[in-house]
Design a protein around this ligand. Structure first.
Ligand code: MTE
Length: 318
């Protein structure tokens, strides 16, 4: 993977999504052989200046897990966000997140693994080939998007850490630094932001650690430099700007579950049959569309993930 300094124009700003798709297809076809042979991705940390997005990521492979649905425009993906560390309304993260410094970046690994320690971002990415995964994303608030993420399976990183047999869950934490993240000066949530997955969910091939979107480095408001993407769960599971992973025997409690346990459960699987106490989850509004559409079980990923929850009552385990 090569992160290039971009010239003054950002392709995503001028490229409509059809052209974006065609350009990616062309790059893939033209360099398919080269990309396939690019087992060892190279990160150029100095060129990834501040990680404010806009640097293109080369050598990204396509994935059979991608949906062919219409992409949500880059502008919407990066200006309509939930990132309470930068304010609670949708526009604030894009306006405020410039104070976050996504380089240098370290992820601390603790708990039931043979290889705990401090992992530099460059080290996490070294030798890893990156994939583009176009995923449907559904927020618990009732809106959805289709986003071309760039990342790699979380499970690939976890395997390298050699989890112990009693590691049944992974807990993730976002950076806590009220100077870089001024929204943390207000008690809207318990800081740092925390989320968790069961180990089999974390190891599932759909679960990604994302470093980019639309072929470019993640902009800060999208969770730079490293965020979780779990497409069959409500968006709040997709913790941003991760600095810590803890491998635990006990189920961790996420920030939303702590703040409103009857509204936000641990599993957060997209389930149109289980209403949120204050609103139905049967339908959703795809950003950019007027009419609401039906929400699909597991956000349309049932074929891949339903077996993880066999025998569980998903209204109880919401
Ligand atoms: N991660 C952190 N650290 N802080 C947050 O407020 N919001 C969550 C999730 N990850 C959040 C977070 C919620 S509620 C959603 S819907 C998604 O991020 C939104 O991701 P997006 O802005 O990239 O669409």
């Amino acid at each position: 993977m090569i992160i290039k300094q971009m010239a003054d124009i950002r392709p995503s700003e001028i490229t409509d999504q059809q052209i974006y798709r065609e350009r990616r297809r062309f790059i893939r076809n033209a360099s398919g052989f080269l990309v396939a042979g690019m087992a060892s991705a190279v990160l150029h940390p100095r060129s990834a200046q501040a990680g404010h997005g806009g640097q293109s990521i080369e050598g990204v492979k396509s994935s059979s897990f991608s949906t062919k649905e219409k992409l949500t425009p880059y502008k919407d993906v990066t200006s309509y966000n939930n990132f309470y560390e930068f304010g609670t309304d949708k526009k604030s993260p894009a306006l405020q997140a410039g104070s976050l410094k996504p380089r240098p970046w370290t992820v601390v690994v603790e708990g039931a693994v043979s290889r705990p320690g401090n992992y530099f971002l460059e080290d996490i990415l070294k030798g890893r080939s990156l994939e583009e995964r176009i995923y449907r994303m559904r927020c618990v608030e009732g809106w959805s998007m289709v986003i071309p993420w760039v990342g790699f399976p979380l499970g690939d990183f976890i395997k390298r850490l050699e989890p112990a047999a009693n590691a049944r869950y992974v807990e993730f934490q976002t950076l806590f630094d009220p100077v870089q993240m001024p929204g943390q000066k207000r008690d809207v949530l318990e800081w740092p932001y925390v989320e968790g997955l069961r180990m089999d969910e974390a190891m599932h091939p759909l679960t990604l650690l994302a470093v980019g979107l639309y072929g470019e480095v993640l902009p800060n408001q999208s969770g730079a430099p490293l965020r979780l993407v779990v497409p069959w769960k409500y968006g709040f599971k997709g913790i941003k700007s991760i600095v810590k992973m803890r491998f635990l025997e006990q189920q961790p409690r996420g920030s939303w579950t702590r703040s409103a346990p009857h509204e936000y459960g641990f599993y957060a699987n997209v389930n149109p049959q289980a209403s949120h106490p204050r609103w139905s989850q049967r339908r959703e509004r795809r950003i950019g569309e007027f009419r609401k559409r039906k929400t699909l079980m597991f956000n349309g990923y049932a074929e891949q993930v339903a077996h993880l929850y066999q025998g569980m009552d998903l209204k109880n385990f919401f």
